[in-house]
Design a protein around this ligand. Structure first.
Ligand code: NDP
Length: 447
């Protein structure tokens, strides 16, 4: 089996040699899915995984825009349309200086499995630009978004490809993007998700990724007859996912003690309660400030520059910032301090070595493609409401979100339970996500 996986990876490496994040995501899937493929006659001779690692389409385009000083700037925009076997491409847009083909292909590849896991009819895609929104004025952000959509609008549509937000793309950016799409195409359709409530958005969409991650952690703890209540939780990031993971954790009676951004993390041993979280939300979403401002408002807390929060003792860790932010050293610290559950809110935040340590220690570990799927699932619910031209209530959407997270958890148990009873959620999520897409591709022939 090792040889089969290595032969497959050699071919993928030869084609994508300068794409480390993409290769990392593919390797993780290959290790768990290739043994499954080998055990099923239906996949014999179909080269199905090799077809899945090749994007159906990868678009790269120029995004020229004018800054507040009147200078002409140029960024590079992308959309990776990875797989549409089970529905229109769906996945977020990321605006961050680190954005490149490798990062977007890893995200698009993971998105295919994640969207399949939600059981909703959505294919996988991802896009964005190497644009840094930090320090830009609202006018600059608007001009950039308008220029970006000037090209992207040719490639997307409510039945073709439906982007959403991701790092650096929140409700403000979705508004500017939607406005330009509507103007150019002269149509009001559900072409983006994460829209404002008065123009086609769904309740709970902003909260969904963070809430869903905590619902998933609750499902994992339930397998040990345990709950979130009373647990100490360490969260990284302080953006959309981190904020609402913290909110739901507080609601369920846990104590959140850390948040971070790319400058470092804050530790508040008294807990980041709802009032303190409201302060963080205002700081991050309205004032667009840095996380160290927290310790000026709450002097009992401490700020740790250029560090991640994983050396702080906690029961549960929720990495909610970015890829590869939790490495093997961090994993050792978490395990040493008694952490029992790591549930990814971000995409691929845990390095392969760190995952191996969690698996060896047999603690609960959930990969983002399962545990953060609540965001895209609720985007799927937004698409349904747009098609129906109808709005569901907060209670209805939240119930559907909880049900979807429970179903994803059950699918992971079905495909991921090892002989000794330990649940390998990575294996479970990869195989469960794979089956639906692979079967659809086989039914549709070699296209
Ligand atoms: P936001 O832009 O709202 O927040 C991102 C947070 O992560 C910020 O606090 C940011 O700090 C921090 N961060 C970003 N890059 C780095 C870095 N290189 N090192 C340290 N910290 C960093 O993004 P989201 O909350 O939407 O996304 C967070 C993660 O969740 C991403 O991995 C994303 O792909 C994933 N995700 C998001 C979904 C969504 O619905 N939004 C859905 C599913 C997954 P700073 O401000 O300093 O950059």
């Amino acid at each position: 089996m090792k040889l089969k996986i290595e032969t497959f990876m050699q071919e993928v490496r030869a084609r994508n040699s300068h794409e480390p994040e993409f290769l990392q995501a593919v390797q993780e899937v290959a290790e768990t899915v290739i043994p499954y493929i080998a055990s099923k006659e239906i996949y014999n001779g179909k080269n199905i995984l090799l077809r899945m690692v090749e994007p159906e389409r990868a678009i790269s385009f120029r995004v020229p825009w004018i800054n507040d000083s009147g200078e002409i700037c140029v960024n590079r925009g992308y959309r990776i349309q990875m797989n549409s076997a089970i529905g229109p491409y769906k996945g977020g847009l990321r605006f961050h200086p680190s954005v490149n083909m490798s990062i977007l292909k890893f995200l698009a590849f993971e998105q295919v499995f994640k969207n399949s896991l939600t059981t909703l009819p959505m294919g996988g895609g991802k896009g964005g630009a190497d644009f840094d929104p930090k320090g830009k004025s609202d006018g600059e952000i608007m001009r950039f978004c308008h220029s970006f959509m000037g090209e992207l609008c040719r490639h997307i549509g409510p039945n073709t490809d439906v982007p959403a937000g991701d790092i650096g793309v929140g409700s403000r950016e979705i508004g500017f993007l939607f406005g330009m799409y509507r103007k150019i195409r002269n149509e009001f359709t559900g072409v983006l998700t994460g829209k404002g409530l008065s123009w086609g958005g769904s309740v709970i969409r902003p909260e969904a990724t963070g809430y869903g991650t905590v619902y998933f952690a609750s499902n994992m703890l339930a397998t040990k007859k345990d709950t979130i209540k009373g647990k100490i939780i360490s969260i990284s990031g302080s953006g959309n996912v981190a904020q609402y993971a913290a909110e739901k954790a507080n609601q369920l009676g846990a104590k959140v003690v850390t948040l971070s951004d790319s400058s470092g993390f804050i530790y508040d041993s008294d807990g980041i309660d709802s009032d303190k979280l409201a302060f963080v939300m205002k700081l991050k979403n309205e004032e667009r400030g840095r996380i160290d401002a927290y310790i000026k408002a709450y002097p009992n807390a401490t700020f740790h520059a250029n560090e991640t929060p994983w050396n702080i003792p906690c029961d549960i860790a929720l990495p909610c910032a970015t890829q590869n932010e939790l490495d093997d050293v961090a994993a050792e610290n978490l395990l040493k301090n008694g952490c029992i559950c790591v549930c990814e809110g971000a995409n691929m935040p845990t390095t392969p070595k760190a995952i191996a340590l969690f698996h060896k220690a047999e603690i609960l570990f959930a990969p983002g493609k399962a545990s953060n799927a609540g965001g895209v699932a609720t985007s799927g619910l937004e698409m349904t409401q747009n098609s129906l031209r109808y709005h569901w209530s907060r209670k209805e959407v939240d119930e559907k979100l909880q049900e979807i997270m429970e179903n994803i958890h059950s699918a992971c148990i079905t495909y991921g339970t090892n002989e000794n009873g330990y649940v390998d959620y990575v294996k479970g999520a990869n195989i469960a996500g794979f089956v639906k897409v692979a079967d659809a591709m086989i039914a549709q022939g070699v296209v």
